[in-house]
Design a protein around this ligand. Sequence first.
Ligand SMILES: [Zn+2]
Length: 99
Amino acid sequence: MNSIKEIYVIRPRKIIRVDRSKTEIVIENYCNTCGLPEGLYVPSGVYIEPESPLVSGIYASDMKFSGMDCKSRMILVGVETAQLLKAQKFKGASFVEIY
Ligand SMILES: [Zn+2]
């Protein structure tokens, strides 16, 4: 039986396209069964479309990154949202600038 806890999941509904022409995407092997990349990494950062900076809100990348069964969408936040989150000093979150 589950007890009620005050825990939430962040599920961004707005999808932002990764700019494939500008982002360096390193692909690590292809799966023999489904043909999809086993690993997908962006060593020098992500560029997004459109190129204008996000102002506020929480978004997800259209591409999934990392390796094997651990691939997930990148969670992207706008400038204002990042400032709000940083001010709250939440544990477990780090922020990396995108382009
Ligand atoms: Zn596969």
